[in-house]
Design a protein around this ligand. Structure first.
Ligand SMILES: [Ca+2]
Ligand SMILES: [Ca+2]
Ligand SMILES: [Ca+2]
Ligand SMILES: [Ca+2]
Length: 547
């Protein structure tokens, strides 16, 4: 504190500078917000012509030492002030001196990062690995990617799986709708779009051969949530794409067992109905020519087929696992391997290949998070699961994110961008083709992407939930949302929150309440470009008795 005394030679200057200094100090304090800064450091800029000995004396006056000078500005210096001196007091000191143009704290800057509001996000290490002891290099850098791209409604991703819980409140509004079978056409018993399937309004069930692809296992809802759970909605989990259309194509039974026939029909359906990407978290050890042909048809249509390496802990180069191994040349069975496959291994939160994960230098392309992955699950729930099944939709989600950023990107470019932008990982080198871990941020920054295109705009639809409804508890409520409309397009999706913890879809759902009293039901409608709006209505459930 000796320094304060040595200021005497500058007393006149100090007085002259006081009023200006206080004014400016106030302004500086206001503009700082909650910015973080380097402790015990200031940047000081002197006025032109301040001689070196005066500068020296001023620094000495507060016990500061010069740490850095700047080639671009000889009047600016970075100084360290004594640890026992409050940084704001030191700042005030400099501001009071007429020879000082300004003084400021050495601020800390952060790369812009998007942290979603979903409560489960903190456990989702695949997006951002903040798990204690985890390796931050093992995540896909989703929070940095989301600053640039969050998906696009026009991107359709087929989920060829156990089905999808399309009534899930954290997924329902990102479920694909077949425009030719939407609204009342969904339940009229007519094949309105003449694709050979009656009322296929939200995909198809190729196992039961019905129009209901509801998930009776949970697996397909889990993989779909990784690709496109509703994000930033303060509910449940985050998905790679905040906005996307997931096409539910169920081809397995409730145990998760499907057939060649189901897989082929599902993939053909996906391609025919505009899905440019599919997630295929399944496989077997047998070579399957019919499925290979279907994948090649998909390739010819520009479709990207993303699949799992398998969970046997084996080398796929030696022990084939299909469809992953369709990437491998075989002069007899596969002389022209399709180029539209990406095969995915699983890594854990430490960045290591998961114990169970298959690998293969010539057959498996890259690693992605696949251990302890939290996502949506069946019965409108959530679950944490492990497997290459979970790693695969991280890549599928990344492909959709790129497609949503730049819709003109073709499948092979998307594949090449994803593979050439992996985070190189010694543990994956030599056992995967790309030798690293999926990285959304780097992929989006690739010159071949070249920045994202703006989203289309449209007039918001208008939701009309009908009601108020008054129903005897013994009877179901027949909701009616058909008065909803969209002035510049078409309403494709009706999603109902019945207000009792259950949900439904369609323009006129029927719901039975278990408890008496007044409930608030909310209808959300989504138009043909993904714009949504909601309206609530009351449902009064009267006590029982005669109808
Ligand atoms: Ca149809
Ligand atoms: Ca129909
Ligand atoms: Ca969510
Ligand atoms: Ca509209």
């Amino acid at each position: 504190m000796r320094g304060w005394v040595s200021l005497k030679p500058f007393l006149v200057i100090l007085l002259a500078g006081t009023s200006l200094g206080l004014l400016a100090r106030g302004a500086a304090a206001r503009s700082l917000g909650n910015a973080k800064y380097v402790p015990h450091e200031l940047l000081v800029k002197f006025k032109p012509g301040t001689p070196p000995y005066v500068r020296q004396e001023i620094h000495r006056g507060v016990g500061a030492t010069v740490l850095q000078r700047f080639a671009g500005d000889e009047r600016l210096v970075r100084v360290r002030v004594p640890r026992d001196l409050d940084l704001d007091s030191a700042l005030a000191y400099y501001w009071t001196l007429a020879d000082v143009q300004y003084a400021q704290k050495n601020l800390l800057y952060h790369i812009v990062e998007t942290i979603p509001t979903d409560p489960g996000f903190v456990q989702q290490w695949g997006w951002k690995n903040a798990v204690s002891g985890g390796n931050p290099l093992a995540d896909v850098s989703a929070t940095f990617a989301w600053d640039k791209a969050r998906g696009r409604f026009s991107v359709v991703v087929a989920s060829i799986d156990t089905g999808v819980d399309y009534t899930h409140p954290d997924l329902g509004l990102n479920i694909w709708t077949n425009p030719g079978e939407a609204g009342v056409k969904c339940a009229n018993g007519i094949d309105d779009d003449r694709d050979g399937l009656v009322d296929d309004c939200r995909g198809w069930n190729f196992y039961a051969y019905s129009n209901d692809p509801m998930d009776d296992n949970g697996h397909g809802t889990h993989t779909s949530g990784i690709i496109g759970a509703l994000t930033g909605n303060q509910l449940g989990v985050a998905g790679a794409n905040w906005e996307v259309q997931i096409m539910p194509l169920k081809f397995t039974d409730a145990r998760g067992v499907g057939t060649t026939a189901g897989a082929v029909a599902a993939l053909d359906y996906a391609v025919a109905h505009g899905a440019t990407i599919s997630n295929n978290s399944w496989g077997t050890t047998g070579f399957d020519p019919a499925l290979l042909d279907a994948i090649k048809r998909a390739e010819a249509a520009g479709h990207l087929f993303i699949t799992a390496a398998g969970n046997n802990g084996a080398d796929n180069d030696i022990y084939p696992f299909y469809p992953c191994d369709f990437t491998k040349y075989d002069s007899t069975n596969n002389p022209n391997p399709p180029a539209n496959i990406i095969c995915v291994a699983a890594i854990d939160q430490y960045g290591d290949l998961a114990r169970f994960s298959n690998y293969g230098l010539t057959t498996v392309h890259l690693g992605a998070p696949g251990v302890g992955i939290l996502s949506t699950y069946g019965n409108q729930g959530y679950a944490s699961l492990s497997g290459t099944s979970q790693a695969t939709p991280h890549v599928t989600g990344g492909a959709a994110l790129l497609k949503g950023c730049k819709p003109s990107l073709d499948s092979l470019t998307i594949k090449n961008v994803l593979l050439s932008n992996v985070r190189q990982d010694p543990g994956l080198m030599g056992i995967t083709a790309a030798g690293g871990i999926l990285n959304y941020q780097a992929a989006l920054d690739d010159a071949r992407v070249g920045g994202c295109e703006p989203a289309p705009t449209s007039t918001f639809p208008v939701a009309d939930a009908g009601g108020p409804y008054h129903v005897n508890i013994k009877r179901p409520v027949q909701f009616d949302g058909t008065k909803s409309y969209d002035s510049d397009g078409q309403i494709l999706l009706y999603f109902w929150d019945f207000g009792d913890g259950t949900y439904g879809v369609g323009p006129k759902p029927v719901h039975r309440y278990a408890t008496r009293g007044t409930h608030t039901a909310t209808l959300t409608v989504r138009d043909n470009v993904g714009a949504t709006s909601s309206q609530s209505t009351t449902v009064n459930i009267r006590p029982g008795g005669r109808n």
